[in-house]
Design a protein around this ligand. Structure first.
Ligand code: NDP
Length: 313
């Protein structure tokens, strides 16, 4: 049997990153996690890193401000996965990855790089709205650097993180579902795709030693989780045994409210606009040069929307 690749996770203490560390360990990969010197006395992060070590990961020290330190850690592994921040209301550091790309290029040993993507496919968002298009534009800058450097890659298009979208019944600004009311975005009929963050990590790790995903985009589209906002609301109503009071926000109203928000909020709202009013995640067929994760890995028992939502009861 082929040896499992050694994996380095960058951004391992993050919302998605910590799940990637766990999935990598569970799937039997020798797992290295970057301990950035800059985190200093952030006790939560340090304790999390130590817990990774207790679970069998290796902690390796490095800094985005020290090229050679990155080259050194990259040389230890076969695969690099980056889950650096990319949500403006939290932190957005996507372009910092260019330094990681330089290190991977110099190290020369990496068989696969998964950059911090894990959302809407940026290659499909060339007509995205300002200011949210910055997320897609920056991710495309990183893609170009990877491809120009000839680094083997897999891009993971994970669609909607369930915690944000299901938690808030697809309403921006909410991450816990109301038992009283919901505001539908438009008619609430555009389909989107919701994925449990742990499943995103599981599928992502599955791709790294798979020749079928080399230099490809992998979309995560669990078939039962392709649902409209209205359908998500119905599932929640069934779980709580009660109908919610419904109102609706038109496209024009949504855009007008968006313009009054600060920059970081506007970025997030732009993303909700493309997903919920335009249906940008589910309105296309997966074509050449791409794969779909639940088809590639039918053995993964993914979490359905209903299963995910039981946590809010
Ligand atoms: P987080 O905000 O949780 O941050 C992840 C990690 O980034 C941090 O833990 C830290 O890692 C690292 N980081 C943050 N700031 C810096 C810095 N200045 N220098 C170096 N490293 C830094 O990220 P998320 O998990 O929310 O996002 C990961 C990816 O997922 C992004 O690409 C994002 O766009 C995408 N995403 C997609 C969503 C969707 O619905 N599809 C929703 C949310 C995110 P450490 O300290 O360990 O080095």
């Amino acid at each position: 049997m082929a040896m499992k690749s050694k994996v380095l996770i960058v951004g391992g203490t993050g919302y998605l990153g910590k799940r990637l560390v766990k999935a990598s360990l569970v799937q039997g990969h020798e797992t290295y996690v970057l301990h950035r010197e800059e985190i200093g006395v952030d006790i939560e992060k340090v304790q999390m890193l130590l817990s990774f070590k207790q679970q069998g990961a290796h902690l390796v020290t490095g800094s985005f401000n020290d090229h050679q330190s990155l080259v050194k850690v990259v040389k230890l592994v076969d695969v690099v996965i980056c889950a650096i921040s990319g949500v403006h209301i939290r932190s957005h550091q996507i372009l910092l990855q260019l330094r990681l790309v330089d290190a991977i290029k110099e190290a020369g040993n990496v068989k696969r790089f998964l950059p911090s993507e894990f959302g809407t496919d940026p290659a499909r968002m060339e007509n995205a709205m300002e200011p949210g298009r910055v997320t897609f534009d920056d991710k495309m800058v990183v893609r170009r650097a990877i491809e120009e450097a000839g680094i083997p890659f897999t891009y993971i298009s994970a669609n909607c993180f369930a915690g944000y979208f299901l938690g808030g019944l697809c309403q921006p600004g909410f991450i816990l579902p109301s038992r009283e009311q919901v505001r539908l975005l438009g008619d609430g009929n555009q389909k989107a795709i919701y994925v449990d963050e742990d499943d995103i990590a599981t599928y992502s790790i599955k791709t790294i030693d798979d020749p079928r995903t080399l230099n490809k985009t992998v979309y995560i589209r669990p078939p039962q989780n392709i649902l409209s906002q209205g359908e998500v609301v119905q599932i929640w109503e069934k779980l709580i045994g009660k109908e919610l009071l419904k109102s609706s926000i038109s496209e024009q109203e949504f855009l007008a409210i968006m313009k009054e928000q600060d920059y970081a909020e506007q970025v997030g709202l732009t993303h909700y606009y493309h997903v919920c009013y335009e249906g940008c995640l589910a309105n296309f067929e997966i074509g050449d040069g791409a794969e779909e994760a639940s088809k590639l890995y039918p053995e993964v028992k993914y979490t359905t929307v209903e299963e995910y939502m039981t946590r809010y009861l």
